[in-house]
Design a protein around this ligand. Sequence first.
Ligand code: PLP
Length: 423
Amino acid sequence: MKASSDQPSIPFSRLGRGIQPPVIVDLMARALANPELLSLAAGFTDNAVLPRELVGRFAAELTNSGLEDEPLQYGQNQGRARLRELTCERIATHPGERLAAFDPAQLFITNGSQQALYLAIQAICDPGDIVLVEEPSYFVCLEMLKGLGLRPIGIPCDDAGAILPGALDCLLRTLDENGERERVKAIYLVSYFCNPSSRSLELDEKVAVAEALLANGYAIPVIEDAAYRELYFEAPHPVPSIMSLDAFASFPKLYLGTYTKSFATGLKVGYGYCSHAAWLGKILGIKGHQDFGTAHFNQSIIERVLDEGLYADHLATIQQHYAHKAVVMHTGLLAGGLLDAGWRWEQPKGGLIFWLRGPDGADLRMDSAFCQRCIEHGVLYVPGDLCFSSGKPWHCARLATGALPERRLREAAERFAEVARRL
Ligand SMILES: Cc1ncc(COP(=O)(O)O)c(C=O)c1O
């Protein structure tokens, strides 16, 4: 790119001034640029289990001319009707969900769930507004909120990421006392195999969130990000979504899901299910302005896979694959002596992430000596401070098991443990 000093300056908008490239983009670029640097950072899935045969088969079929609803043509802004129907059916397969509760007219298809999240936030938040988040939370969302000039505020959680009873109540009262009530526009929960904590919200925890909000008069939009819900290892998490829990009946609700983790990442197809007609209308309006519809061809491929009943088998294969990789990572960290060195983590029951807590006082931030040493040792992780709204504490690390093949994953765990043991 041409040096910026040669170019005339442009007066950027408020959004343009605040926006920084997300750290995740840099982490992905580093991982792609240097295969010797083993990335436990980037949120890739595993190339080994991408559905090449299925995508190839349907891509070929779909390029046959003369198909109704031509897949190589533009489609509907909201997404393909049949895919929306099939997606509602998928959500309803999870414990505690009922098909009757999901109306395809309230579901919209997006370029990954990231786009759905962005559109939903844009529709309800102005700069300076507050979004309540778990601690830790999905760092790409935190950066996105900050980029939009919003203030993510963390609900106090314990060391493993469980919401502390009473803490939300306390937080809401404090916000009230500080005159911030009107600024609180949404709460964002990553409630299944969370990125980064890997834990799922328990029923009483979820109900307590709804009760605290209602008790304090905050009937605000609730966004539930279920990106990893389908990637369970042995059994689905038994707790129903906010859509099916009575405790959330009176809230405007948005449920986010994606086919990028569970099927073909590069097709970048995700979705949102919105309980609130006006909010949905705004989301669709913004999407219309932005792209007037997610890639029709990509949607058609996933639709065909679902329609032919081929999705569940693929999912079962990848669930087993990622369960095994989680064992490889866990065993690697144990073998690396991290428990004795004062590190803690829970063994995930689903998803692609390990959430490690180093010894108290450890500094694992991006510019720390520890991070530098990891890079010199050829291993990359996401510093945990990025996952906290306030940027603190500094002693946590997010390790992703998705991208690396088993042998390289074992090596990466070894490399990380070697540096971590000597912290
Ligand atoms: C918690 C969470 N939500 C949403 C997303 C967005 O995923 P996509 O846009 O690929 O659907 C991710 C991606 O890593 C994620 O980890």
